[in-house]
Design a binder for this molecule. Structure first.
Ligand SMILES: [Zn+2]
Length: 431
């Protein structure tokens, strides 16, 4: 009697699951899926996969978990979860026999993904191959200590990431990619999980652009950087903590006016007092720093740059400040990120090359060469430009080295634009 009852319940449960899953599939129609993809991606994107399980998958190594996760997803009804066990053993997943093969030339790779804990990741990359991994090209998302790309997103949040050919190593025939591999390895301290929900290709629609940006309203930006840049009619963007304006060794209102009105610079926001947005969780304080600095710029006639922002210390990881910034600004630049793509991955996490006092000009120029080759946006970050003794870690850059970079940029005949100019030409119409 009891057994029979259980059996009936089981059948009812099974039927209910079957019916509800059918109903669920019926609502997840092609149009809905298409809308989801379009809302997360741009119109000129070519989707490679959204990880709904229609592809040929192969798990090649690893003791962790590789599975479709039907609870964590943002497109369709599942994502691909890859999790390690915290033992440094890599998880490798391959999508094989892609037919017809995909042409990766002149494009960059975009992924929507989520990482549980970036600090636990030793290596995360996407590798593509035209010949079953005899040859291959690695698109780096995260690599040990030097992880510029992964620095640009938050833990445990779905984020778009774009990876330019500039950020790749290896060679394969990019005109006919028929296999893709994702590799995740932890540092041996804690397990880490990643979820992938889409891979796509985006056309490079620029010839490469260079943007000079300067932080912290350092006075030598006017005395040293302006003369060097203006020789070639180059303008730049200066991000100023507005309360610092007019202080000792900082830019004055008159200097800022001349930089904008005579030399075409953007004067943009870097908060009022250079506060750490990651540490500060008080809504009133954040609004005061973020909104009042923009108001200051508008009141003083700096409308051109007033809607663009740079995070002090590069710290953006705070939902509350992010919400205010998205409401009041059009772009926001972080500090370390290496290279940005056009279209950008996220206008509120623009990724620049951080030029430190010891960064050789040759290294910066080499990155700019790659930006031209691959259609990237090379945003450079400087602070002060000094005549000598540029021996602190981040605040100063030697004038003679700066001169070398600017002369080198001129010889390359690459477009130099301010942040607001790039926004108006490449970002505004795409968002
Ligand atoms: Zn700063």
């Amino acid at each position: 009697m009891k057994k029979r009852k259980i059996a009936i319940i089981s059948i009812v449960v099974a039927l209910t699951i079957l019916i509800s899953s059918m109903a669920f599939q019926a609502t997840l129609d092609e149009n809905k899926l298409q809308n989801e993809i379009e809302s997360k991606n741009q119109e000129n994107e070519e989707i490679i996969t959204i990880f709904q399980g229609n592809e040929n998958y192969l798990k090649t190594t690893g003791d962790g978990v590789v599975r479709f996760d039907t609870e964590e997803y943002m497109i369709g009804e599942q994502s691909l979860e890859i999790s390690t066990k915290g033992d440094r053993i890599p998880e490798i997943v391959r999508i094989t026999d892609i037919s017809p093969p995909i042409d990766f030339r002149g494009k960059f790779l975009k992924a929507w993904l989520k990482i549980s804990d970036r600090s636990a990741v030793d290596l995360l990359r996407i590798t593509v191959s035209s010949d079953n991994f005899e040859t291959s090209k690695n698109f780096w998302i995260h690599q040990r200590a030097s992880s510029p790309t992964a620095k640009s997103f938050q833990d445990n949040k779905w984020s778009p990431i774009t990876i330019s050919l500039t950020q790749t190593t290896g060679t394969t025939d990019l005109s006919k990619i028929n296999a893709i591999e994702i590799k995740l390895k932890d540092k041996g301290k804690r397990p880490v999980s990643t979820w992938f929900n889409s891979l796509s290709l985006v056309d490079n629609n620029s010839k490469g652009i260079v943007t000079f940006t300067f932080d912290d309203a350092v006075g030598t930006q006017f005395t040293n950087a302006v003369p060097i840049l203006s020789k070639y009619n180059y303008s730049a963007t200066t991000f100023v903590p507005t309360e610092w304006v007019g202080r000792n060794a900082r830019l004055s209102i008159d200097q800022l006016k001349e930089m904008q009105d005579v030399y075409g610079w953007d004067v943009s926001s870097h908060t009022r007092n250079h506060i750490d947005l990651k540490k500060n969780k008080n809504k009133d304080a954040l609004e005061n720093e973020l909104i009042k600095s923009k108001e200051f710029l508008i009141e003083h006639g700096f409308e051109k740059g007033a809607e663009h922002f740079a995070y002090p210390f590069g710290n953006f990881d705070n939902d509350l400040s992010m919400e205010i910034i998205k409401k009041h600004y059009k772009t926001a630049r972080i500090v370390r990120g290496d290279i940005e793509t056009l279209p950008v991955a996220d206008p509120y996490r623009l990724r620049p090359i951080y030029v430190l006092s010891y960064t050789p000009p040759e290294l910066v120029l080499d990155r700019i060469d790659k930006a031209i080759e691959n259609g990237d946006w090379a945003i450079l970050v400087f602070h002060g430009i000094v005549d000598k003794n540029a021996n602190d870690v981040q605040g100063k850059y030697l004038k003679s080295s700066f001169q070398k970079i600017v002369d080198g940029v001129y010889k390359k005949n690459v477009d130099v634009m301010t942040v607001s100019e790039v926004y108006n030409e490449f970002i505004e119409t795409k968002s």
